[in-house]
Ligand binder design. Structure first.
Ligand code: ASP
Length: 314
């Protein structure tokens, strides 16, 4: 099958403040270019989504890897998933600490263990065995994350209030289809500011934070994790596509369903097995960028779609 490769990334669905708007757009565009250059050079969808998410994890504008938000103890606990649409194999990590690129570690779990997810201390022990560098927490933490955490403590905002607002943070994700028609997804996050210690969100949960199946397509989600898990958002989008809806109809339908059924908001990116793609969100903003046939499309506000001439490959 000869398919035009497509790369699509997001930088989280939430009320992105104006002072982070430009850097969020630049961040997603760079990640999309990196992933697309891999696809354009014949690389796999798995390689492309892992590399794009690594770029976003290394960018401290986003809540993943460097830039992750702080939990109730002021510590960093990270979640991530990567899934291969060819085999339905997934690798995931939850509640891991002191690692720069959880997405690469998640891929190692897929490739080097008989399991799908490792969590907490056991995961960190396996990371050590693999020789993955242990990063001091302070290297992952930004001034912005500390300020947010202090603000929530000062005003004693309850976790429930936070979770029901759009103040969920900028989880990152990617989906891709390569020239062989294989799809993949990857999602990585620090979760939600002031989350309980040990809280695992939707992001590393198969079918919630992401799903990829060559027979349908691939999805990466973001938003209120407790709501996303209730409706298994990523798989729900693919279910609607299986019923004959377009990727855009399915994305909008699934997010509307989540809003009406459990009062949760979020966003997602989706690519179909035939190379159609869509983005959608019910929060104020979501930074996203996609590249198809060298043409870069990106947006931040609802309905916004900017295009740039063929992106130089990086
Ligand atoms: N879904 C993530 C979580 O609940 C947060 C986000 O997408 O911003 O952990």
């Amino acid at each position: 099958m000869d398919i035009n490769p497509i790369m699509l990334v997001h930088g989280g669905a939430w009320a992105i403040p104006d002072d982070l708007a430009e850097s969020s757009k630049i961040g997603v565009k760079n990640a999309a270019k990196c992933g697309y250059s891999i696809l354009a050079n014949g690389g796999s969808a798995m390689q492309a989504v892992e590399s794009a998410v690594r770029i976003l994890e290394d960018n401290n504008v986003f809540d993943a890897g460097h830039g992750a938000v702080l939990n109730a103890d002021g510590d960093v606990e990270l979640d991530a998933i990567i899934m291969d649409g060819k085999t339905l194999a997934a690798g995931a990590v939850s509640c891991i600490k002191n690692i720069s690129n959880p997405i690469t570690f998640a891929r190692s779990i897929l490739e080097k263990t008989p399991h799908t997810m490792l969590t907490g201390e056991g995961a960190n022990r396996f990371a050590e065995k693999l020789g993955i560098a242990r990063i001091p927490t302070k290297e992952l933490v930004t001034e912005h994350a500390i300020q947010e955490w202090e603000k929530y403590h000062k005003y004693k905002q309850s976790v429930t209030n936070l979770f029901n607002t759009e103040k969920v943070h900028d989880t990152v994700g990617a989906v891709a289809i390569d020239s062989e028609g294989n799809v993949a997804c990857a999602t990585s996050t620090g979760g939600i500011t002031n989350k309980m210690v040990g809280r695992v969100g939707d992001s590393p949960i198969i079918g919630s934070g992401g799903y990829a199946d060559n027979l349908v397509g691939a999805v990466s989600t973001t938003g209120h994790g407790e709501s996303i898990m209730k409706v298994t958002l990523a798989r729900l989008v693919l279910f609607y596509m299986e019923q004959g809806e377009t990727p855009q109809e399915s994305a909008d339908h699934a997010l509307e369903y989540m809003k009406n059924r459990v009062h949760g908001r979020g966003g997602l990116i989706v690519v179909s097995k035939t190379g159609k793609w869509a983005t959608s969100f019910t929060t104020q903003r979501m930074a996203w960028a996609g590249i198809e046939e060298g043409l870069l499309t990106y947006g931040l506000n609802p309905g916004e779609k900017f295009q740039e001439p063929p992106a130089p490959l990086i």
